[in-house]
Design a protein around this ligand. Structure first.
Ligand code: ADP
Ligand code: MG
Length: 699
C-alpha cells in the first residue's frame, strides 16, 4: 500500500471537480483520505424505518419514509414557516415544519418526491409533526430500499446540496473512489493486532462502512474503524509519554527525615486514602530514576496542597529545591501562607516571588535561590522570569495547570535540569476524556475528600422566592458571614452582561444598606480585580457581586453563600466551580441557584444534577453526556485530531482497549521498525506524528 495517494486532493477524484471540491472543503474534506473518512451519518433500510401509524409520543427519534403530498409556506401570525406533508406506503401521514431557512428549504422539496425524515415526533392536533427534521431525498433510492439493501446517508449541508452533493452522489463518488483506489488500500494493522482484538480487516471495514451488505457487517466495520481512530491517537500519546520517560530524572531518596517529621509532628490531620495513594504514586515516580510527569486530578477541597507539600519535602530530603507556581497573585499568596505554616516548623525556607516586589527584596530572593538557601519558592509566573536561577531545582509544582500556557510550563521546566513535574487540576473530567487529553501523563485521581467538611447544601429558587432569599442572605450577613452573588456572562454582549450585574448590584446595595456591597467584573484591570478580591478576603466587603471572574481556588472560609443568578444559563462545570468557592470553613454553606423560565431540558438536568450531587467526577460525566465530546472542555484546544466515527462518550470501552493495544505496541516495537509494522509506521508518520499536532504538553 502506498500512503501518498491518500493525501491527494479530492478535486481530482472522479465526479468531484473544483466546484464540488470547494463545497467539500467546507465540510472538512480536502484529501482522498478525508473522503474515505466522510462516514455516513445514518443508514436506511427496512428495519430502521418506522411506520407513521405506529409512532408513539414517547419515541425519541424516528425515521419515516414516504412521498410528499403537499408543500407550502404559511405566513403565520409571528413568522412564516414551511410545511410539508408526507404519506408513507402504509397510508400514514406526517407533517414536517421549518421556521428557519424557509426560503431555501421551500425549494428543496416537490410534491411527489420520495423522502426520508428523521427527528423527534411531537404530537400536534390529530397527528404528529417533526420540527426541523433531518432529511434525505430518496428519489432513486426508493427501489433499492425495496430490495432490502442498506443505504448510507451522508451528513449534508446547504452548500453540499447546492453543488449537487447529495447522499446519492456521494455514494457514487465513493463507489468510483473504491474502484480506482481500492487496490491501493491496505490494512494498516498487523495481523496479530486484528487477531488479538478481534478486528476485521481495515480494507473490508472501510468499504463496508460505506456500502454495508448487512447490519452485522456494518457493526463490525464501525467497531474496527472506531478502534483504529482511537488507536492512532493513543499511539501518539504513548510515544509522547515514552519520550518523556527516556530522560533520566533525579532519583530521590526513600522517605527521608523531613517527610517523616512532617507527617508525625506538623500535619494536624490524618491523610485521606486518596492523598496516601497520590503520595505513593509520587514516591514511586521520584525513586524510579525516571522523570516524573504526573497530574493530580482532584476536586476542589480534596486536599491537593498537602500532597504537593510532601512532594516538595521529599525533594528537600534529597537536597533539591522546589518551585510552586500558581496562576494569580492572590492564589500564590494564599499558598504561600499555607506552605509557610507547614514548612517553617521544619526549618525550611519558603519565599514568595510575585511581580512588583521591591527591588531589594527581589534581589535577596534571587540570591537565596541561586545560592540554595531558599528551598521552596512560591509565586506566579514571576517564578519563571529571566534572572531567576536555582542551585538545584528538583520539583516543580503547577497549581491549576490548565491556566498556564504551554510555553510558560516549558520555561519553568527549563529552569531546572530535568525536574520532576507535579501538575494539579481542580477540574475533574471523565476518565474517557482524561485518557485522551492527559493520555501522555501519569494521572492520580483524588476522589475522596477530607472528613469533617461541612457539606454545602444546594437549592433551586425562583423569582417568586426573592424575599425569602434576601431574608436568608440577611441572616447570614448578620451572623458576620460573607456572600457571593454571581451574574452570568452573556457572551454576545459584554456591556449587557455588565448592565445585568450592575443593576443587580444597585438593588443589593439598596437592600443591604448597612453592609458593604461591592462589584467585581471582567472589565476591571487585573490589579483592580485582585484588590477587590483582597478586600473581600480581608472581610472588608461583605457581599460581593460579580460576573464570573471569581478565581478558581480562592479560599475564603468565611464566605458561606453562593447565590447564582440565571443559573440556567451556566454550564455544569462552571456551576460546580462556583459552588466550590464556599464550604471552606467551619460554618455550613448554601448554594442558591436562581432559575428562570424558559429553560431547556438540558438546563433542567444541569440544575437538578447540581442539587443532587457535589461529586465533581459525577458532575463531569453528566456534563460530557449533555454536551457531547466535541464541545467539551478542552478537546478543541487540546490540538488532538478530531474524531470522525468514534464517540468519546459512548465508545469508552473501545477507547480503553485501543489504548491498551497502542501502549502494548509501543512497548513491543518502540520505533515501529519491524517488517509487520511497516505499513502502520508509514501511516502513523504521514498522519499522526506527534509534531504534526500542536499539543499542549510539557517536556
Ligand atoms: P484543594 O485540593 O482544593 O487544593 P486544599 O489542599 O486547599 O484542597 O485542602 C482543602 C482543605 O482541606 C484545607 O483546609 C486543608 O487543610 C484541608 N485538608 C486537607 N487534607 C485533609 C485531611 N486529610 N484531613 C482533614 N483536612 C484536610
Ligand atoms: Mg488548591
Amino acid at each position: 500500500m502506498q500512503i501518498e495517494f491518500l493525501s491527494g486532493s479530492v478535486q481530482f477524484v472522479k465526479g468531484v471537480g473544483p466546484r464540488r471540491a470547494s463545497a467539500l472543503e467546507g465540510a472538512g474534506v480536502r484529501t482522498i483520505r478525508d473522503l474515505f473518512q466522510y462516514y455516513p451519518r445514518r443508514y436506511l433500510d427496512r428495519t430502521s424505518v418506522t411506520r407513521i401509524r405506529e409512532i408513539a409520543s414517547d419515541m425519541e427519534s424516528v425515521t419515516v419514509v414516504g412521498t410528499i403530498r403537499t408543500t407550502g409556506i404559511i405566513p403565520g401570525r409571528k413568522r412564516k414557516r414551511f410545511e410539508v406533508q408526507i404519506e408513507d406506503e402504509w397510508g400514514g401521514r406526517l407533517k414536517c415544519v421549518w421556521f428557519q431557512g424557509v426560503t431555501w428549504i421551500s425549494r428543496v422539496f416537490e410534491v411527489g418526491q420520495k423522502v426520508a425524515f428523521h427527528g423527534k415526533p411531537q404530537r400536534y392536533g390529530g397527528g404528529y409533526t417533526i420540527y426541523h427534521p433531518d432529511f434525505d431525498r430518496l428519489d432513486e433510492e426508493g427501489p433499492a430500499l425495496e430490495t432490502g439493501r442498506i443505504i448510507s446517508l451522508y451528513p449534508g449541508s446547504a452548500t453540499l446540496e447546492k453543488s449537487g452533493l447529495t447522499s446519492r452522489s456521494l455514494r457514487k463518488i465513493l463507489f468510483g473512489l473504491f474502484k480506482e483506489h481500492g487496490e491501493n488500500l491496505g490494512d494498516v494493522f498487523p495481523s496479530w493486532l486484528n487477531e488479538k482484538y478481534d478486528l476485521i480487516d481495515g480494507r473490508v471495514a472501510l468499504r463496508a462502512v460505506h456500502f454495508p451488505r448487512s447490519r452485522d457487517e456494518l457493526e463490525r466495520a464501525r467497531h474496527r474503524l472506531k478502534f483504529e481512530e482511537f488507536f492512532f491517537i493513543q499511539l501518539m500519546l504513548s510515544k509522547l509519554k515514552k519520550g518523556n520517560e527516556i530522560l533520566d530524572g533525579y532519583r530521590f531518596r526513600e522517605t527521608g527525615a523531613l517527610v517523616r517529621r512532617f507527617i508525625d509532628d506538623v500535619l494536624p490531620f490524618q491523610l485521606t486514602g486518596s492523598q496516601l495513594r497520590a503520595i505513593q504514586d509520587i514516591e514511586v515516580d521520584t525513586q524510579s530514576g525516571r522523570r516524573m510527569n504526573r497530574l493530580i486530578q482532584g476536586d476542589v477541597g480534596s486536599g491537593k496542597t498537602v500532597v504537593a507539600v510532601i512532594a516538595m519535602l521529599s525533594a528537600a530530603d534529597s537536597g533539591f529545591q522546589s518551585a510552586f507556581m500558581a496562576p494569580t497573585e492572590i492564589l500564590a499568596e494564599q499558598h504561600y501562607r499555607n506552605l509557610k505554616a507547614y514548612l517553617e516548623p521544619l526549618g525550611i525556607q519558603v519565599r514568595l516571588l510575585v511581580g512588583g516586589m521591591r527591588k531589594a527584596v527581589r534581589e535577596e530572593i534571587l540570591e537565596g535561590l541561586a545560592g540554595g538557601d531558599i528551598s521552596v519558592v512560591v509565586g506566579t509566573h514571576a517564578v519563571i522570569q529571566k534572572g531567576v536561577d536555582f542551585r538545584g531545582l528538583g520539583m516543580c509544582v503547577v497549581d491549576e495547570q490548565h491556566r498556564f500556557g504551554v510555553l510558560q510550563r516549558a520555561t519553568l521546566f527549563a529552569k531546572g535540569n530535568r525536574p520532576h513535574m507535579l501538575l494539579m487540576t481542580a477540574t475533574p473530567i471523565p476518565r474517557s476524556l482524561a485518557l485522551t487529553l492527559y493520555g501522555d501523563l501519569d494521572v492520580s485521581i483524588m476522589r475522596d475528600r477530607p472528613p469533617g467538611r461541612k457539606p454545602v447544601s444546594t437549592v433551586m429558587k425562583w423569582e417568586t422566592h426573592r424575599d425569602e432569599v434576601n431574608a436568608f442572605l440577611r441572616t447570614e450577613l448578620e451572623s458576620a458571614r460573607q456572600c457571593y452573588v454571581v451574574f452570568p456572562l452573556v457572551e454576545e454582549s459584554e456591556k449587557l452582561d455588565l448592565k445585568d450585574a450592575e443593576t443587580g448590584f444597585e438593588k443589593l446595595r439598596a437592600t443591604f444598606g448597612q453592609f458593604t456591597v461591592d462589584l467585581l467584573h471582567g472589565r476591571m484591570t487585573s490589579d483592580q480585580k485582585e484588590e477587590t478580591m483582597r478586600r473581600f478576603e480581608e472581610g472588608e466587603i461583605h457581599l460581593l457581586v460579580s460576573t464570573t471572574v471569581i478565581e478558581v481556588g480562592v479560599d475564603i472560609p468565611n464566605a458561606t453563600v453562593m447565590l447564582i443568578e440565571h443559573a440556567e444559563r451556566f454550564g455544569l462545570s462552571q456551576l460546580h466551580q462556583l459552588r466550590g468557592r464556599i464550604g471552606r470553613g467551619e460554618h455550613p454553606s448554601t448554594c442558591i441557584l436562581m432559575a428562570e423560565y424558559p429553560r431547556s431540558p438540558e438546563a433542567d438536568t444541569r440544575l437538578r444534577t447540581m442539587v443532587r450531587t457535589d461529586d465533581g467526577f459525577e458532575i463531569s460525566e453528566v456534563d460530557l453526556k449533555l454536551r457531547g465530546a466535541g464541545d467539551f472542555f478542552g478537546t478543541r484546544q487540546s490540538g488532538l485530531p478530531d474524531l470522525r466515527i468514534a464517540d468519546i462518550v459512548t465508545d469508552t470501552e473501545i477507547l480503553i482497549t485501543a489504548r491498551q493495544a497502542a501502549f502494548e505496541l509501543t512497548e513491543m516495537d518502540p520505533d515501529l521498525e519491524s517488517e509487520e509494522h511497516r505499513l502502520l509506521a508509514c501511516y502513523y508518520d504521514a498522519f499522526y506524528r506527534e509534531d504534526r499536532f500542536n499539543l499542549s504538553r510539557i517536556g
